[in-house]
Write a protein that binds this ligand. Structure first.
Ligand code: OAD
Length: 243
């Protein structure tokens, strides 16, 4: 087996605290579009029309139509081997945490529990009047709360702040982990884009899983050039066989 894969498997086995940062590429094998690839969402749609508080204020029906389309894709597919192996790793290693920028909810669905969804979840909505959170109904049109208030997707839009507790915990994990793995993210969106340099500055072994170079590749000690749904199972099989 490839020595770099072996190195990461051994590091996982010895790690007290591992932080795995995931992005859209981890869900690509489930058929969920990424944001900046060839068929990426931001190549076809404009952020300012669909993913800002102002866009929702101007045209909530349009914004909901887009989120319902995305939710339909997510509910019509399923977690892939990257999600299921990460959930297995979380069961095996009590110090492993996942911080995800993804809003599809697939890590939770696959069984990961030490999980921080720093961009929220499109599986959940929040009432603009009473603040209640509830599962997003898959239905055409604008959904409403039982109190009569309009629901919005419980995701973080551009110009909004990230959930404070989840962000704080992510930063602490980045500072305290001894192994940091970034998978399927272009490393272009803050604050997650800075997590690897924080981890590296505090002495963690840094690993990138991505088929192509990214904005943060130069901060990674180990580069695993491949697709997350194949790389994670390969690491898992080393752990199963040899350690
Ligand atoms: P991007 O679309 O920017 O990047 C996806 C990354 O995944 C790219 O580097 C691809 O090379 C890589 N990739 C593609 N297929 C892969 C595979 N099978 N396995 C591993 N990697 C693969 O997505 P993110 O970095 O997640 O924010 O985007 C970050 C944020 O930007 C999103 O959370 C979203 C977006 O605007 C908000 O909506 C707030």
């Amino acid at each position: 087996m490839h020595t770099e894969f072996q190195r990461v498997a051994t590091a996982l086995d010895r790690s007290a605290v591992t932080l795995v940062l995931t992005g859209a590429g981890v869900s690509a094998a489930s058929g969920i579009p990424t944001f900046r690839g060839a068929d990426g969402l931001w190549r076809k749609y404009r952020v300012e029309e669909l993913a800002t508080p102002g866009a929702f204020h101007r045209d909530p029906a349009l914004v909901w139509e887009w989120y319902q389309w995305r939710l339909g894709l997510v509910r019509g597919s399923a977690p892939n081997p990257a999600h299921t192996v990460l959930a297995e790793l979380g069961t095996r290693f009590a110090g492993l945490w996942i911080v995800t920028q993804n809003v599809d909810g697939y890590h939770r669905q696959a069984g990961s529990r030490r999980l921080l969804e720093i961009h929220g979840s499109l599986q959940r909505s929040r009432c603009l009047e009473c603040g209640t959170r509830k599962p997003t109904p898959l239905q055409p049109g604008i959904p409403y709360c039982s109190c009569g208030g309009m629901l919005r997707p419980d995701v973080v839009w551009f110009g909004e702040t990230l959930p404070v507790a989840a962000l704080q915990q992510s930063l602490e994990l980045a500072q305290n982990c001894d192994l940091f793995i970034t998978a399927g993210t272009s490393g272009l969106v803050e604050p997650a884009a800075s997590f690897m340099s924080i981890a590296a500055a505090n002495g963690a072994l840094t690993v990138e899983i991505n088929p192509i170079p990214t904005a943060v590749s130069n901060q990674a000690t180990v580069l695993l050039r491949g697709e997350a749904d194949q790389v994670f199972p390969a690491i898992w099989s080393i752990l199963e066989d040899k350690i």
